[in-house]
Design a protein around this ligand. Structure first.
Ligand code: CP
Ligand code: NVA
Length: 312
């Protein structure tokens, strides 16, 4: 099977990819997943190095990228932003230019999305967004892949996001609208997903046929949902808003009651880390409806496909 060819040099947002490109990434990830489970390793990225800049904490992103490139014959460098000179004022542009002389790709997890864009604008090598305040494309790709593994036709299912209209919600809405998957989001009005993201998703849906419904009304958003998804109420960097967000978001959670509002057999998703008892109850998280660990595992397989496509 051929490594997918992409028009984009970087993965800053899932909107950098077309529907056909996402499906090619998924099919390549299916192959990589099957192969690694059979003990078959590849050397697609032999001798290549990925620099991973982290301004925020991570378990899944760090471990899946590092393990992923190792399984492909390459090597990863963990660069905590407080240990490198960015933390002492070296510019992102200078960092991008210098790293381009050493490594073959950069993954960055940061606060402002403009940092990801600035890094990409100044790097000669591919840049992958490992989460910004606005988007989390690698997460959405792994989540949509988890659905893709289960359904024959992505345009026939409905994904329902409940909770804070954050970076993960933004990326899921963009991804679904590109793929033609119906998506609803129940979020309190002040925590609605990003306006620019919604405008872009509306444009994508014109040709993909995706139905997008953003509403504060949980009952309406839940109707007919095949998959229900949530994420933490307080994202990294928003710790000061904890009290206010917990109060406003209190009913925007996955409980037995919310799942009962969805289609029968609805499956449960969460990008992790979870705050059990807040945005999701343990009895649902640990139930046989949960795809949550599958999603976490799929970060590995999908990111391997993305790295092959961008860094080969
Ligand atoms: N879902 C996710 O990105 O997890 P980490 O914050 O642990 O990387
Ligand atoms: N919305 C969360 C996702 C963590 C993977 C955050 O940004 O902290």
């Amino acid at each position: 099977m051929k490594i997918p060819e992409l028009k984009t040099k970087h993965l800053l947002s899932i909107a950098d990819l077309s529907k056909e490109e996402i499906i090619k990434i998924f099919n390549f990830a299916v192959k990589l997943k099957k192969d690694i489970k059979r003990g078959r390793k590849h050397k697609y990225l032999s001798g290549k190095t990925l620099g991973m800049i982290f301004e925020k904490s991570s378990t899944r992103t760090r471990v899946s990228f590092e393990t992923g490139i190792f399984q492909l014959g390459g090597h990863a460098l963990f660069l905590d932003s407080s240990d490198i000179q960015i933390g002492r004022g070296e510019t992102i542009a200078d960092t991008a230019k210098v790293l381009s002389r050493y490594v073959d790709g950069i993954m960055i997890r940061t606060f402002s999305h403009s940092n990801v864009e600035e890094l990409a604008a100044n790097a000669d090598i591919p840049v992958i967004n490992g989460l910004s305040d606005r988007t989390h494309p690698c997460q959405a790709l792994a989540d949509l892949f988890t659905i893709y593994e289960r359904v024959n036709d992505l345009t026939k299912v409905k994904l329902f996001y409940i909770g804070d209209g954050n970076n993960v919600a933004n990326s899921l809405i963009l991804g679904a609208s590109i793929l033609g998957m119906n998506i609803s989001a129940a979020c309190p009005e002040i925590y609605s997903p990003d306006k620019e993201v919604l405008d872009k998703a509306a444009q994508f849906s014109l040709y993909s046929g995706a139905k997008i419904n953003i509403t504060p009304d949980i009952d309406k958003a839940a109707q007919g949902a095949d998959f229900i998804y949530t994420d933490v109420w307080v994202s990294m960097g928003q710790e000061k808003e904890l009290k206010k967000k917990k109060k406003i978001l209190a009913k925007y959670k996955i409980s037995v009651n919310t799942v009962e509002k969805c289609a029968p057999g609805c499956l449960v998703m969460h990008c992790l880390p979870a705050h059990r008892g807040e945005e999701i109850d343990s009895e649902i998280m640990d139930s046989d409806r949960s795809l949550i660990l599958e999603q976490a595992e799929n970060r590995l397989h999908v990111q391997k496909a993305v790295m092959c496509a961008l860094m080969r």
